[in-house]
Design a protein around this ligand. Structure first.
Ligand SMILES: O=P(O)(O)OC[C@H]1O[C@](O)(COP(=O)(O)O)[C@@H](O)[C@@H]1O
Ligand SMILES: [Mg+2]
Ligand SMILES: [Mg+2]
Length: 338
């Protein structure tokens, strides 16, 4: 029988071999993984658990909250606030930061999450997920403010996501490659199923919401037009398209077999940089993608270099297979230089 490596074992071994996972960070990751397990159970119950449908409220970005958005947010907060590894948390579903209450010890990390990604897919039984990003609290004083969170993505200590699909898979980086763990429901443990994940540099598969085509900027239009032209066009090959509408599922496919994912700026709302959120969607995914040999830009700059101005900042996203993302970025830079 092949030896099964659990998440705990993986983290302890990483610490022993490379020494870059402090105990607090390891505990934090394990608590997040445990919370994801609870969310997976709720997702799985669906109608039987009365977790489907809307909650009748809106989040800070004016989006209607689903019951599972709120449940997942609560599960993550409850699991993480007492452990002593965190100073504060921030979430897509909360207007401002949640500071660890005084009755619990304050840790040195800060956790950001999109508790339930792909909300429009909950009720139709399509893959959804949880995305998380871990930052260090850089100021040593007691207390923590929203400003402490406003760090560029390159300062992330860890990042990952859990995809609730046909399998429940936790994907993680602590800055030393990407590892995937599959939940074994019978034993309740996360088992290492892929290590040193690598995204192929080239691809024939793109992911973008094509219904927005008429609103795109010229460089995005040019790139997709060239893909659509197939073998007869300038790219000389046929492309395939996939769009799950859960970033977690689209990124998971790209980490598994390559591809390019785009949610670009568009003309409908010129002052809005993009749809996706920088700090708890784009940054953690960019960290994973870069750790797997891919790249992630906003069309002009590396996503992880961007200095956030606010917690719920939005950003344009192009990520995945290196050569394709570089091409889209070059098209943007050429367009800007005109
Ligand atoms: O419905 P659209 O415009 O295609 O947008 C899909 C995108 O929106 C998101 O669902 C946003 O995430 P939330 O469900 O967390 O708001 C992404 O996961 C996905 O890539
Ligand atoms: Mg999301
Ligand atoms: Mg969400």
């Amino acid at each position: 029988m092949t030896k099964r490596i659990s998440l705990t074992q993986y983290l302890v071994e990483q610490q022993r071999e490379h020494g870059h996972i402090p105990a607090q960070l390891r505990l934090l990751i394990e608590v997040v993984a445990r919370a994801c397990k609870r969310i997976a159970i709720a997702v799985n119950k669906g109608e039987l658990g009365e977790v489907l449908g809307t909650a009748g409220s809106e989040n800070v970005q004016g989006e209607v909250q689903k019951k599972l958005d709120i449940i997942s947010n609560e599960v993550l907060i409850e699991a993480n606030e007492w452990g002593g590894h965190l100073a504060a948390m921030a979430s897509e579903e909360m207007d401002s930061i949640h500071v660890v209450p005084n009755r619990y010890p304050q840790g040195e990390y800060m956790l950001l999450f999109d508790p339930l990604d792909g909300s429009s897919n909950i009720d139709v039984n399509v893959s959804i997920g949880t995305i998380f990003s871990v930052l260090r609290k850089v100021n040593n004083q007691r207390g923590v403010s929203e400003e402490d969170f406003l760090q560029p993505g390159k300062q992330q200590a860890a990042a990952g996501y859990c995809v609730y699909g046909p399998q429940t898979t936790l994907v993680l980086t602590v800055g030393d490659g990407v590892a995937m763990f599959t939940l074994d429901r019978e034993t309740g443990s996360w088992v290492l199923t892929s290590e040193n994940v690598q995204i192929p540099a080239d691809t024939k598969e793109f992911a973008i919401n094509m219904s927005n085509m008429r609103h795109w900027a010229p460089p995005v239009k040019r790139y997709i037009d060239e893909c659509l032209a197939g073998k007869e066009g300038p790219r000389g090959k046929d492309f395939n398209m996939r769009w799950v509408a859960s970033m977690v599922a689209d990124v998971h496919r790209i980490l598994t077999r390559g591809g390019i994912f785009m949610y670009p700026w568009d003309q409908r709302d010129p002052d809005k940089p993009g749809k996706l959120r920088l700090m708890y969607e784009a940054n953690p995914m960019a960290f994973l993608v870069e750790q797997a040999g891919g790249i992630a830009t906003n069309g002009h700059q590396r996503i992880m270099e961007l200095q956030p101005g606010k917690l719920h900042e939005r950003v344009s996203v192009v990520l995945g297979s290196k050569n394709e993302v570089q091409r889209v970025t070059d098209y943007h830079l050429q367009d800007a230089a005109r």
